[in-house]
Design a protein around this ligand. Structure first.
Ligand code: PLP
Length: 435
């Protein structure tokens, strides 16, 4: 049977527009490699959707999930469950609050943000929420309302009360300056003006990805996150870091909050918590905030919240990260990753900028470096040039996540140096095919 044809016929995905790219039919994974039905291998250069931090076929993960399935495959969230308690304790210990925190488990990152939205409104009695343009928080109505990108527009108005602001984007500054310090000052001034316009007493929270993920791997210039934190303090507003993509080692620390030393009030997470072996997300709330829910019922819940297979996978993943020292390694490898990608940039005029940290990089593609004209537009399907490049990548045996005109290089944290260099070489060959 032609399973690719069957997939095309019967499976709806948001990547319909990529059909002409002819993606491979993958059937197996091992380490950083994916294999198709004919045994051809593809480097998983974005760890799936920046999620499979431990790589594929990790024996500890397979064992933990199988053992849990055989022991107890489901326990309602209204019951206590051993591994759910242990994972919540482990996450509380990783959190950036001396007093610790509590965890509300969800089936995904989208639902974590959807529920965090309810929590902040509930906790403050305020209705408005601010989020950044050029962000991604998920695709359900609330999470899509927070999201500042084109996927939101067909559902407008997604939900009322969500207001967007511009955040620094040094390569294409929305603040008309080349100076990162000035950019931060102008961005904070803009954010405060938005707050004052909306009336800070009516604003529950600011949602922010501490490093913008799928919308281009944008690392905010020094001082911006600190400034947002201060603004929130000054106006009694909660700060929510969406660490769905940045959490669990991607930026070389458990959370970006720890890497940057900026402490939010809530953290949403998913992906790396189980290395994507089983879907799991959640909201971490600072203990002082979580206590409010001792008095009132939680305004949300899910059949699969803290599913036993997911929490067993979460515990196993945390053990594997620790034993293999993968978060420290991501930080230590930063210079190596960056210099290999910068060398690629020097050889290819299509690569306008390389940015990122830890094991998380964005290559922003341009038609030419002087004009910085994007290779593919922001609010439209991939340009023919971008489509040709993505097709060339599959032909060269590389899978990576591409959004607008940005390629995201975020391999499993287990990647070996020679595998990374091979990925860069394959990427280089694909770029050469379309230049
Ligand atoms: N938030 C961020 C920053 C993400 O990158 C994503 C997914 O890419 C989400 C939320 C949504 O998470 P999920 O796909 O697990 O629902």
């Amino acid at each position: 049977m032609d399973l690719k044809a069957l997939h095309r016929k019967r499976v709806l995905t948001p990547w319909q527009a990529q059909k002409p790219l002819d993606p491979p039919l993958v059937v197996r994974g091992e380490g950083v490699w994916l294999y198709d039905e004919r045994g051809r291998r593809y480097l998983d250069f974005s760890a799936g959707l920046v999620a499979v931090n431990l790589g594929h076929g990790h024996p500890r993960m397979a064992r933990a999930i199988a053992e849990q399935a055989a022991t107890l495959a489901y326990a309602a969230p209204s019951l206590f469950h051993d591994k759910r308690a242990l994972l919540a304790e482990a996450l509380s210990q990783l959190a950036p609050w001396p007093e610790g925190g509590r965890v509300f488990f969800t089936p995904s990152g989208t639902e974590a943000n959807e529920d965090a939205l309810k929590f902040v409104r509930h906790l403050t009695g305020r209705f408005k929420v601010l989020a950044a343009y050029r962000s991604f928080h998920g695709a359900t109505h609330g999470a899509a309302a927070l999201t500042g990108e084109n996927r939101r527009f067909p559902a407008e108005p997604a939900i009322p009360g969500v207001v967007h602001f511009f955040a620094p984007y040094p390569y294409r500054s929305p603040f008309y300056t080349e100076d990162p310090r000035e950019e931060v000052a102008r961005a904070l001034d803009h954010l405060e003006r938005v707050l004052l316009h909306e009336d800070p007493k009516r604003v529950a929270a600011i949602f922010l990805e501490p490093v913008v993920g799928s919308n281009g791997v944008i690392v905010y210039p020094e001082g911006y996150l600190q400034g947002v934190r201060e603004l929130c303090h000054r106006h009694g507003i909660l700060l929510v870091f969406d660490e769905v993509m940045t959490g669990f080692g991607r930026v070389g620390a458990a959370f970006a909050a720890l890497r940057f030393g900026v402490v939010p009030d809530l953290i949403t997470f998913a992906k790396g918590v189980t290395s994507a072996y089983v879907p799991l997300g959640g909201v971490l709330l600072r203990e002082g905030l979580a206590q409010a829910f001792d008095e009132v019922p939680l305004p949300t819940g899910h059949t699969y919240a803290g599913h036993p297979l997911a929490v067993a996978a979460g515990l196993a993943a945390l053990e594997a990260y620790r034993e293999e020292g993968l978060w420290e390694r991501a930080r230590a490898m930063e210079g190596f990753f960056r210099s290999a990608l910068e060398e690629l940039q020097r050889a290819h005029p299509l690569v306008g900028e390389v940015r990122g940290l830890g094991a998380f990089y964005g290559l922003e593609l341009v038609k030419d470096r002087a004009s910085k004209e994007p290779l593919s537009p922001w609010h439209a399907p991939f340009s023919p040039a971008m489509q040709a490049l993505l097709k060339a990548l599959f032909q060269e045996g590389v899978y990576l996540l591409a959004k607008h005109n940005v390629l995201i290089v975020a391999p499993p944290l287990t990647i070996r140096e020679e595998e990374f260099l091979e990925g860069v070489e394959r990427l280089s060959r694909a770029l050469r095919r379309v230049e």
